[in-house]
Design a protein around this ligand. Structure first.
Ligand SMILES: [Zn+2]
Length: 210
């Protein structure tokens, strides 16, 4: 049930300071990647506000809707958070399968369909840094609706994108995924400045030893 509105603008500093890893090029991939929390980040699914903050940062929800939903508490938000954890696990599994060119697990499809049926909000086309983005505006505002934009991003990917461009980072110790939007389609790393440079340095070290 809605309570007195809590503005996302007055989000506690600890949450506002969280910078999610957003390089997946698809919201559902960023969401799947969000379980990986290096030092400076925190799991957005630790709290309802954390999840809303992540949704705004990753572009799946507009700030006004997040502000409205931030006033929700109790069983409804607990349920949405529990479903969000399930969804994220399924999406990580889905990314793993697609990246290996394996069939998308049926379980992921049924989880997505269970969430997509909550979609009765509106979509909003926005412009940002030279491109376009689609965000979700819940029509009547329910906690479960907040997950539909992520499910839709996955469905859009499965229906319209090149599945072979969803890849795991080439660093064997890195658990992150991305959608390769580069022209030549040869992106290998989640982030060049982290995994790419590390691999280059390791190669260089190996060569210098030979
Ligand atoms: Zn990586």
């Amino acid at each position: 049930m809605p309570r007195k509105p809590t503005s996302i603008g007055s989000t506690p500093k600890s949450i506002a300071a969280r910078k999610p890893l957003l390089f997946g090029n698809r919201p559902f991939i960023d969401f799947a990647n969000s379980s990986y929390c290096p030092e400076e980040t925190t799991d957005p699914l630790d709290s309802w506000i954390g999840f809303l903050h992540f949704s705004v940062m990753s572009g799946t929800m507009d700030a006004a809707s997040a502000d409205k939903l931030a006033g929700f508490t109790g069983p409804e938000t607990n349920r949405a958070l529990t479903e969000a954890v399930t969804l994220r696990n399924e999406l990580t599994d889905l990314c793993g399968h697609v990246a290996k060119n394996a069939t998308v697990p049926d379980k992921a499809i049924s989880t997505l369909n269970a969430i997509l049926q909550y979609e009765d909000g509106g979509l909003r086309l926005g412009t940002a840094s030279g491109g376009f983005s689609m965000s979700f505006t819940p029509s009547r505002g329910s906690a479960m609706q907040s997950l539909t934009a992520i499910a839709r991003s996955t469905a859009d990917f499965l229906c319209n994108d090149q599945l072979s461009r969803l890849r795991a980072c080439s660093n064997a110790h890195c658990p992150l995924y991305f959608y390769d939007t580069s022209k030549n389609g040869r992106r290998r790393w989640c982030r060049m400045e982290v995994c790419g440079n590390r691999a280059k340095a390791a190669d260089h070290y190996k060569r210098s030893k030979q």
